[in-house]
Ligand binder design. Structure first.
Ligand SMILES: [Zn+2]
Length: 522
C-alpha cells in the first residue's frame, strides 16, 4: 500500500473492494441501521489511513512535508511491528548439580507429599521465622561430616580446611601415601571425616574413610591414641560390555535403548565413519555390535572405558569388523588384516571413467588444456578410498579442486582426490589402503558429482591407470595370530553379560528393604 502508484484515483476501486464486502457482510448480520452506520464508519477510517497523504509513494517528492509524513508512517508501523515481536530470552535449564541425600532431605522438609503413598514430610521442618535461636549450646563431643577434594586441590590442604590439626594431617598423609600417591586421588573424591573432642587445641581426628581408587577403600581410625590405616580391596569385574541390536530408524537411538553408553556410541560411529560411508553403509535391518571396556565394582559403580570392537552385520554377512589394535589405538578391519593384494585399487567402488588422462577441452573453463588426472563418475556422497597406505599431506579447500586430499605413499608417489563433498582425514595423519578419506561431491570447478583422481611420480602428474599399487598390510604372522586371538576372545563375550548383577554384598541387602514407597515413584 505504501508503494501504490500515484496515478490511481484517490478512492480507487481496488482499495474500496474489501471494505465494501465487509459492509455487505455487516449489513447481513446486524440490524439494518446499526450495520449501515458501522460500515460507513469503517469505510471512512479505512479511506482516511489509505489516503496518499498518510501513505504517499516514497520514491516521489522526496523531502516534502507529505514525504516526511509517509516516512513517519512507515517508521511508526515498523516500530509497532517490532514491539509486537515475541521476546526471545533464554529459558533456564534444570541444574546439573547432583543432589546428595542431605540436600535432598532439605528440599523434602519443604515438600508436601500425599499421605496415601506413604509421604512422610513435615517430620523435620526447615527453620522459619517462628524458630527462636537458642542462647547457647554446649559444644558437641564429636563432629561428623563430608569433605570433598577439589580440582587443583591437595590432600593436605583439604584436611586442613576440614579442621584436622597439622600433626594429624601429616600422619594421615604418611599413612595414605604408603598405599596410594596422594596426588593421584581423583578430584571430587568424598571423605567421611569424624573429629573428636577438643582438648584446648584443635579437635583430634578420630576417623577418615574414602575411596582411594576404583578398587580400593581406605579407612584411617584412631585406636589407642594412634592413627591406623585399614585398606579394603573392592572386587572389580572387568567383563567388557557388549551390546548388539538392530539399527532400526536410528542407530544412535537403538543403541541407547539397548543400554550402550553415549560415549561408546559416539566412538563407534566415528570409527565406522573412517572405514565406510555412514549415509549409505548402514541400513535399518543391520545388526550393530559394540564392545567397550567396562569395569564394575562390587559396590555398584561402573566405569565405561574405550571402544574395543565395532561390528556391523547384515543377515549374517559381516559388513565391518573393526578391532582396536596396537599401541596407538588404531582400528583394523579383520578382512583386510594380513592380506596382500596386487593390482589397480580403485578410489571409488563401481566408478566408471568419464574422462581420461590427457589433453581435452575443459567443460567449465571452455578451452583445451591438459587433464592431469582421471575422472570417475560416482554418486554424490559415495566414499572415496585411499589406494595405498600413505600419509595425508593436504586436506581441505584447494581452489578449483574444491575439497581436496593429497596422499604421500612414499617412494616418490603421491595421489590426489578432488571435488569432494567433504574430506574425512586430517593433514599429518596416516591412512591405510582402502580407508575412506572423503566423499564424492562437486566442489570447485566441477559440472557435477565426480571424483577427479591424480597420481604424481616425483612431483609430476602421470596417468593414474599406468601404475599398479601393491597393497599389503605388513603384519608379521605372530602379530596376525595375536590379532585373531584377541578378536576371537572378544567375540566370546555374551551381549549383556556385564549388565548382570554381581553377588550382592551383605550391607546392600539390608538397605533394600528400607525403601520408602514415595521414592519408588520416580
Ligand atoms: Zn578431472
Amino acid at each position: 500500500m505504501l508503494f501504490k502508484p500515484r496515478e490511481l484515483p484517490q478512492f480507487g476501486t481496488a482499495g474500496t473492494a474489501a471494505p465494501a464486502a465487509a459492509a455487505a457482510l455487516a449489513e447481513a448480520a446486524l440490524p439494518q441501521g446499526l450495520g449501515r452506520r458501522l460500515a460507513a464508519n469503517g469505510k471512512a477510517l479505512f479511506d482516511h489511513f489509505n489516503s496518499p497523504a498518510w501513505a504517499p509513494d516514497l520514491a516521489e517528492d522526496i523531502g516534502s512535508a507529505e514525504w516526511f509524513r509517509g516516512l513517519a508512517t512507515m517508521l511508526g508501523l515498523t516500530l509497532l511491528a517490532l514491539s509486537l515481536g515475541p521476546d526471545s530470552s533464554a529459558i533456564a535449564a534444570s541444574p546439573t548439580m547432583p543432589l546428595d541425600s542431605n540436600a535432598r532431605e532439605e528440599f523434602r522438609s519443604q515438600m508436601i507429599q500425599p499421605l496415601a503413598l506413604g509421604g512422610d514430610t513435615g517430620r523435620r521442618m526447615g527453620a522459619t521465622m517462628a524458630a527462636i535461636p537458642a542462647a547457647g549450646v554446649p559444644e558437641r563431643t564429636s563432629l561428623k561430616f563430608t569433605a570433598t577434594l577439589g580440582q587443583g586441590d591437595s590432600f593436605e590442604r583439604m584436611l586442613a580446611r576440614a579442621g584436622v590439626s597439622i600433626e594429624d594431617a601429616a600422619a594421615v598423609s604418611r599413612l595414605v601415601g604408603g598405599v596410594v600417591a596422594t596426588d593421584q586421588i581423583k578430584p571430587g573424591t568424598q571423605f567421611d571425616i569424624a573429629l573428636g573432642s577438643r582438648d584446648g587445641g584443635p579437635r583430634q581426628l578420630d576417623h577418615l574413610a574414602f575411596r582411594a581408587r576404583f578398587d580400593l577403600d581406605l579407612t584411617v581410625s584412631r585406636a589407642g591414641g594412634q592413627l591406623q590405616l585399614q585398606s579394603h580391596a573392592i572386587t572389580v569385574d572387568t567383563t567388557p560390555l557388549r551390546i548388539r541390536g538392530t539399527v532400526g530408524t536410528s542407530l544412535y537411538l537403538s543403541a541407547r535403548a539397548a543400554g550402550a553408553p553415549i560415549e561408546a556410541i559416539q566412538e563407534y560411529l566415528s570409527v565406522l565413519d573412517q572405514h565406510m560411508s555412514l549415509d549409505s553403509g548402514i541400513e535399518a535391518g543391520d545388526t550393530f555390535d559394540i564392545i567397550v571396556s567396562y569395569r564394575r565394582a562390587s559396590s555398584g559403580e561402573t566405569q565405561v572405558g574405550e571402544l574395543l570392537f565395532a561390528g556391523l552385520e547384515q543377515g549374517g554377512r559381516l559388513k565391518a569388523q573393526l578391532l582396536r589394535w596396537g599401541k596407538d589405538g588404531q582400528f583394523f578391519e579383520a578382512s583386510g588384516m594380513g592380506q596382500r593384494r596386487t593390482g589397480l585399487i580403485m578410489p571409488v567402488v563401481g566408478g566408471r571413467i568419464t574422462s581420461n588422462f590427457g589433453a581435452r577441452r575443459h567443460p567449465v573453463l571452455g578451452y583445451t588444456r591438459m587433464h592431469s588426472g582421471v575422472d570417475f563418475g560416482a554418486g554424490y556422497g559415495a566414499p572415496i578410498y585411499a589406494v595405498g597406505d600413505a600419509r595425508v599431506i593436504f586436506s581441505g579447500w584447494n581452489g578449483g579442486h574444491g575439497n581436496y586430499v593429497k596422499l604421500d605413499h612414499g617412494g616418490g608417489y603421491a595421489t590426489a582426490y578432488a571435488h569432494m563433498s567433504r574430506t574425512a582425514v586430517g593433514v599429518g595423519g596416516g591412512v591405510r589402503a582402502g580407508q575412506v578419506i572423503g566423499y564424492v561431491g562437486s566442489t570447485g570447478l566441477s559440472t557435477g558429482p565426480h571424483l577427479h583422481y591424480e597420481l604424481y611420480r616425483n612431483g609430476t602428474a602421470v596417468n593414474p591407470m599406468s601404475v599398479r599399487f601393491t597393497v599389503s598390510n605388513q603384519v608379521d604372522p605372530g602379530e596376525l595370530a595375536a590379532y585373531k586371538a584377541r578378536m576371537a576372545q572378544l567375540k566370546t563375550v555374551k551381549p549383556g553379560a556385564a549388565m548382570q548383577s554381581l553377588a550382592p554384598r551383605q550391607a546392600s541387602v539390608g538397605q533394600a528393604s528400607n525403601g520408602r514407597e514415595i521414592d519408588k515413584l520416580s
